[in-house]
Design a protein around this ligand. Structure first.
Ligand SMILES: C[S@@+](CC[C@H](N)C(=O)[O-])C[C@H]1O[C@@H](n2cnc3c(N)ncnc32)[C@H](O)[C@@H]1O
Length: 200
């Protein structure tokens, strides 16, 4: 089962030294990279920030990549900004069979949903089941991933004790994650993010 840790991040010291050919030779794509520039990855953002290899609006499809071009795609803190079902279809197209998509999005109880005025979407731990073959409503879409790897709810690491206690317990099993969302627990103890891996 694919691990759910985000790909490692380091700053890109010399963005100007990176050619377009080097960028397109990479098999890893960092979507909506912002300032999280990853060496060895194709870093894409709408904003022409230092280190961005491909400047592109993710609501403008198709993406400028070939079918099955990538082994890994990272979509960390970006799907909430865009029309993400259409984008997932494109990510599915450009991933090789067996390739992985790492996703991090705000949980629907997170205050982060409301702080950023450019957030357009809300997510449950169950949202991505719609994009997997065995999902009950996967017939909504004309593409599907093979599986969801490990999925986690994460909590703010603030001064509150329960943030530290709840995370390992809730993530013991998918049934506990669903129970958390369906009950008062999620309203009393809001989560921060959902992190998961989709496997093509
Ligand atoms: C919250 S930041 C996350 C940055 C980075 N992934 C990280 O985890 O630090 C969201 C990024 O998505 C980019 N973004 C938002 N809407 C976009 C769009 N339609 N097309 C491309 N990038 C977009 C923003 O420019 C911003 O850099």
């Amino acid at each position: 089962m694919a691990a759910v840790s985000p790909p490692s991040s380091t700053s890109w010291p010399d963005a100007a030294a990176r050619t377009g050919a080097e960028a397109s030779a990479s098999r890893k794509l960092n979507l909506g990279c912002g300032t999280d520039i990853r060496p060895g990855w194709v870093n894409l953002d709408r904003a022409p920030l230092p280190g961005v290899d491909v400047v592109h609006d993710l609501d403008r499809l198709p993406l400028p990549f070939d079918d099955q071009q990538f082994d890994h795609v990272c979509a960390k803190d970006v799907l909430e900004h865009v029309d993400y079902p259409r984008l997932l279809r494109e990510i599915h197209r450009i991933l090789r069979v067996g390739g992985t998509l790492y996703v991090q999005v705000p949980h629907f109880t997170s205050v982060d949903n409301y702080i950023d005025p450019t957030h357009r979407q809300r997510f449950s731990i169950r949202t991505f089941d719609f994009f997997v073959g065995a999902g009950a409503r996967s017939y909504y879409f004309d593409f599907s991933f093979a599986a969801i790897g490990e999925r986690r709810l994460t909590f703010f690491r603030g001064p509150l004790l329960w943030d530290y206690l709840l995370e390992p317990v809730v993530n013991l099993h998918f049934k506990l994650q669903k129970y958390y969302e369906l009950t008062f627990l999620s309203r009393l103890f809001p989560a921060q993010n959902i992190a998961l891996t989709l496997v093509k």
